[in-house]
Write a protein that binds this ligand. Structure first.
Ligand code: GDP
Length: 432
């Protein structure tokens, strides 16, 4: 969803105008305990198009003078927004503070819509046109209080906001793409044979690549799925030099081409470093992950005890990955794969609205603020989910958040919104 930042010096009527845009009467400022006044973002729609409004009003809690506050607003607006709504009081005209904002906005490559506020009637409209001299294009005369001109203003805003791509960045259409990965002899091809065995199998050459991968389209649970590079699973290359290198190249290429990876692990053996390297590759490429513990027929009570310990120790990075226990050779519990894939893909494509996210962040910070380090306390000012698949969050902060605090945020995000089966990406944009 595109983001519109509203910028302007105090008392020009910014908050009233924001209320007008989002169609609410109550004050913009949320005064719930722990929610700082500067975290104000709202979901808005106009003519059927959704966008997020960020009121940069009280943005910088630490800045002293008016000039710093205004500069901080403009800076934030420029860095996070797709477009800027710059509000000027037409009855006052431009001040030095306004000119300072104009300078910053001119340098940035973001579209700006100029609102000349407090034009309550036709007589004062002329004052709005004096704002042409700011060099920001046409001033839109509005009365935030009465609503006069706000429709035209919003039309102008929509005209400069980028169109969201349909469905955002979710890969659209086509069967879901799955990569079955794991060490040799863990049972990958046994699993594939069980899945594809009796069903209709279509082999599809993905030509043009050096390793010449072959995908198979397999019908499971009434739907078609694309299994990536099954040649790499079915063909056993023996004794070739550099074999291991090519196998791992093949694995990472398959993961890159897939949406979800199924890591097959031999449950009767210890989780290996190679398993962990594959998990690392999945996380780095931002794909969804399901872990299948195969050869469950060989797992007795004692092995089970140790496996549970290994899972705790070696899979700490991916406690969110759905796990299934299967016996590929007999087909036992292989039917549990599809529901696990569905859950992982759902988590991978989960989207949280900016409003929900920021009220969640407000609660999180209230419950557990960032620790103070050498007299400073990093703060989260505003967050937005920039994409799905995998869910990616941009956090605007004052000061850099510690890694442990990032992990805390991730854990709480998962408790709140799920994201089962998917890595989460947190990007920090500290201002300073
Ligand atoms: P891949 O190299 O990962 O494709 O592994 P394969 O599917 O070729 O299996 C390697 C060996 O493990 C073969 O001898 C299989 O019969 C055996 N195997 C596969 N799945 C199971 C299972 O669930 N239980 C047992 N006991 N053996 C299995």
């Amino acid at each position: 969803v595109p983001v519109l930042a509203v910028v302007g010096r105090p008392n020009v009527g910014k908050s009233t105008l924001v209320n007008r845009i989002i169609g609410r009467r109550e004050a913009v400022v949320e005064d719930r305990p722990g929610v700082t006044r500067d975290r104000v973002s709202y979901d808005a729609t106009w003519n059927g198009r959704a966008f997020t409004v960020v009121d940069t009003g009280g943005w910088d809690p630490d800045a002293r003078g008016l000039a710093e506050r205004i500069a901080a607003q403009a800076e934030v607006a420029v860095s996070l927004a797709d477009a800027v709504l710059f509000v000027v009081d037409a009855t006052v005209g431009t001040t030095d503070a306004d000119e300072a904002v104009v300078k910053i906005l001119r340098k940035a490559d973001k579209p700006v819509v100029l609102a000349a506020n407090k034009v309550d009637d036709q007589r004062t409209e002329a004052e709005a046109y004096a704002l042409w001299n700011l060099g920001l294009g046409e001033p839109w005369p509005v009365s935030a209080i009465h609503g006069r001109g706000s429709g035209d203003l919003l039309d102008a805003v929509l005209a400069v906001l980028p169109d969201p791509p349909p469905q955002d960045d979710v890969p659209v259409g086509g069967p879901r793409r799955i990569a079955i990965v794991g060490r040799p002899n863990v049972g990958k091809s046994s699993l594939l044979n069980k899945l594809a065995g009796s069903e209709r199998v279509v082999v599809d050459d993905a030509s043009g690549t050096t390793v010449d991968p072959v995908d198979e389209l397999v019908e499971l649970g009434g739907r078609t799925w694309r299994f990536i590079d099954t040649a790499g699973i079915r063909k056993r290359v023996k004794g070739a030099s550099g074999q291991e290198y090519y196998a791992s190249l093949r694995t990472s290429t398959a993961i890159e081409r897939a949406e979800v990876a199924v890591l097959v692990v031999d449950g009767s053996q210890s989780i290996s470093e190679q398993d962990q390297r594959i998990i690392q590759t999945v996380r780095e490429s931002g794909r969804a992950l399901v872990i299948a513990f195969n050869k469950w027929d060989l797992v007795d009570e004692e092995r089970r005890y140790y496996l549970d310990r290994e899972i705790e120790r070696d899979l700490v990075q991916v406690p969110w990955a759905p796990r299934i226990n299967i016996t590929a050779r007999t087909g036992w519990h292989v039917d549990r794969l599809v529901p696990a894939l569905d859950r992982a893909l759902e988590g991978w494509e989960t989207r949280v609205s900016t409003g929900q996210l920021n009220s969640f962040l407000g609660r999180l910070v209230a419950e557990h603020p960032h620790p103070v380090r050498s007299g400073k306390q990093p703060k989260i000012l505003f967050g937005t989910q920039s994409s799905v698949a995998p869910p990616t969050f941009v956090l605007f902060t004052s000061g850099k958040l510690e890694a442990s605090y990032e992990r805390y945020i991730e854990r709480r995000l998962r408790e709140e919104f799920g994201f089962v089966g998917s890595p989460i990406v947190l990007q920090q944009r500290p201002r300073e």
